[in-house]
Design a protein around this ligand. Structure first.
Ligand SMILES: [Zn+2]
Length: 274
């Protein structure tokens, strides 16, 4: 699925996804166009439409927030005509994408390798806009967002996850670090948060705080139960956390115990190894 939606005179949403039987997207992955640049590039399942878009859109640069398939998988529609930028340690993933479990190939698609990827600069400008590259670790340890201080815009990728009451996680996610990043975002001066799936969120602090409170609540209960000697499995049961219908289809890329273990044992700092 592919849709282009104008948000205001400066920002356009480029939405990609995969249709369910009812014709609605499973979930949108949203790339943002400002002038002749793109922030993220959508998912591989929309590659044909993205190629048609790339033919006329004259995108010069694509800035990738993190190497998950729904954010960089569309880059091959724009490369080599557009220059692709990503965080240095993640470039190898864009050049040699891991083969995804079948479920994710269905939901987003399998990215194809990119030949040329440049190292993300510390900042960049587009017309009158000046973007600062802001580290947003937690969901992915090298994830970045792009902040425009004059307009008070933050393009936040997956830093504030959807939905608010989500308690499944991937092994690479560090939930305490994600909370710290969200707390930092809440302290920033932001008029609009441009989320990678939810779209633009004006005055985002209530939305961010709801997510922080939900996680800290579970963490407090989980820590108490852990101190009582309960196992991860027992904690999950005591808190009544049940996985969504598709959890086994993810081949355990998403798990409730990844989320609980991270809450109990991870420090809010970058891991040396992913
Ligand atoms: Zn992601």
């Amino acid at each position: 699925m592919f849709e282009v939606e104008i948000y205001n005179e400066d920002v356009t949403l480029v939405k990609t996804g995969t249709a369910m039987e009812d014709g609605k997207p499973i979930m949108w992955a949203i790339a943002y166009r400002i002038g002749n640049i793109l922030i993220d590039a959508g998912c591989p399942n929309a590659l044909d439409d993205l190629k048609k878009y790339a033919d006329k859109a004259e995108i010069e640069e694509v800035y990738v927030t993190h190497p998950h398939e729904d954010h960089y998988g569309g880059c091959s529609a724009f490369s080599p005509r557009s220059t692709i930028y990503a965080c240095e340690p993640d470039i190898k993933i864009l050049k040699d994408p891991p083969v995804l479990p079948e479920f994710f190939q269905f939901v987003w698609g399998q990215p194809t390798p990119l030949v040329d990827v440049e190292v993300l600069p510390l900042g960049f400008s587009v017309g009158d806009f000046e973007f600062e590259v802001i580290p947003l670790p937690g969901h992915w340890q090298n994830m970045v967002g792009f902040y425009e201080p004059h307009r008070k815009w933050l393009f936040s990728a997956d830093a504030v996850p959807l939905p608010t009451r989500k308690y499944i996680a991937m092994p690479e996610e560090n939930i305490p670090l994600m909370v710290k990043t969200m707390q930092r975002i809440a302290e920033m001066d932001i008029d609009v948060l441009f989320d990678g799936h939810k779209g633009p969120v004006p005055s985002p602090n209530e939305h961010i705080q709801a997510r922080i409170d939900f996680i800290l609540d579970i963490q407090k209960s989980a820590l108490n139960l852990h101190e009582e000697g309960k196992s991860i499995e027992e904690i999950q049961e005591a808190l009544g956390l049940e996985g969504p219908w598709y959890i086994s289809l993810t081949e355990y890329r998403f798990r409730i115990d990844h989320f609980l273990k991270s809450l109990l044992f991870d420090k809010a700092e970058k891991r040396l190894k992913v």
